[in-house]
Design a protein around this ligand. Structure first.
Ligand code: SF4
Ligand code: SF4
Length: 367
């Protein structure tokens, strides 16, 4: 285990709650680990020390400048740069993880454990130096390192940067309350609509569904991604369930259906064909979603990389892959043709056009 990882910690108590047994409950993610003194959680990165938790703080295991479209956010400052930072570890263990080198570093001896000391101020200075409008907590699962992201985002907000989370959404109401004052936009991976599939990845579907609703209720801009893995989650029934759930939360949630390619421990399924993405997009529109995008196959999915006005159909933002080719959207997000307001945040400093919560209650697994 690297020294930097072991030593770059802080003692914090914002995301702990007492338990009648005398243990402490970590509420940073939906595992809600009950910890006796000295015990580590499922994620391996948080452990109890007395009345507090020792949490990761003050290092990164990866920093890069990415287009915001790579996160992906399509309705949040399109065309801008995002300084992206990650730490080590994840509360899930997906066999197809594209970031396994850092996310699984505490479970898999073949993964990386390299980390470098840093401070919130250093990261924010780097973002400004690279002309980024956004700073993003990503690569590993940011919920399990929420205090670090929180502290970076406080400094970033002061410097005029927008702040985003790229997460599996396996959250709790407590961690969303903690993050809401400092996070502008949040990308959730909704990996399936099957509780057993989620269990096999190490998580709970209902927690992710509650997380998506909780984000929209708190006014945090939310985009959802589903990586379509042939044979795992690409059947019509499952796609209809995902799209139906999202539309019942808000028709304004952009849904990105993205193509799988064999990675890490999942090498058997073939890559997702473009036709599957197009079929999923049709299911999404049929369910009432206003914005459905197809990703990971640039230039091969018709207009499914572009943002069109939900009312008049005018093509407002043209994209290829992670590049914005052209945009006619004004800063206030109004369609130049019909004047409809497109939900999202379209320019720096402009207030977000919020997602409208549906009045229909979102179906839960139990109902
Ligand atoms: S972040 Fe999640 S997995 Fe880690 S200790 Fe807290 S509840 Fe457990
Ligand atoms: S939740 Fe994301 S980071 Fe974690 S293992 Fe799964 S794909 Fe990787």
């Amino acid at each position: 285990m690297s020294e930097v990882f072991e030593e770059s910690t802080d003692l914090r108590d914002e995301l702990v709650r007492p338990h009648p047994s005398g243990k402490l409950v970590c509420v940073a993610c939906a595992h809600r680990c009950k910890l006796a003194d000295g015990a580590r959680g499922v994620c391996f990165v948080r452990s109890r020390v007395g009345a507090a938790l020792k949490v990761p703080w003050g290092y990164t295991a990866g920093v890069a400048v990415d287009p915001i479209e790579k996160k992906p956010f399509f309705h949040f400052l399109p065309g801008s740069r995002a300084l992206s930072f990650g730490m080590l570890g994840c509360d899930l263990h997906c066999d197809y993880c594209q970031n396994w080198f850092t996310s699984q570093s505490l479970r898999d001896p073949e993964a990386s454990q390299r980390a470098a000391l840093t401070t919130p101020e250093t990261l924010v200075e780097a973002a400004l130096e690279h002309r980024c409008a956004v700073i993003t907590s990503t690569y590993n699962e940011p919920l399990i390192t929420a205090e670090w992201a929180h502290d970076v985002f406080v400094v970033a907000r002061r410097a005029g940067l927008a702040t985003t989370f790229v997460s599996n959404g396996h959250a709790t109401s407590e961690v969303l309350d903690y993050l809401a004052p400092v996070v502008d936009a949040y990308k959730v991976d909704l990996k399936a609509f099957d509780a057993k599939t989620y269990l096999s990845l190490g998580g709970k579907l209902q927690a992710v569904l509650d997380g998506i609703r909780g984000l929209v209720e708190r006014g945090i801009w939310c985009e959802v991604v589903t990586l379509l893995v042939p044979g795992l989650n690409d059947g019509d029934v499952e796609l209809e369930a995902i799209a139906g759930f999202l539309a019942r939360v808000s028709r304004d949630i952009p849904w990105h259906v993205t193509a799988f390619h064999p990675d890490y421990r999942m090498t058997d399924p073939p890559p997702t064909p473009a036709a599957t993405l197009e079929r999923a997009a049709a299911v999404g529109r049929q369910a009432g979603l206003r914005f459905v995008y197809a990703g990971n196959l640039p230039g091969r999915v018709g207009g499914l990389e572009d943002t069109r006005c939900f009312r008049c159909g005018t093509n407002l933002v043209r994209r290829t892959g992670f590049s914005v080719v052209s945009s006619t959207l004004a800063g206030d997000g109004r369609c130049a043709s019909c004047g409809a307001t497109i939900p999202g945040r379209w320019s720096r400093g402009a207030a977000t056009n919020p997602q409208e919560l549906s009045t229909t209650p979102a179906r839960t697994l139990e109902s």
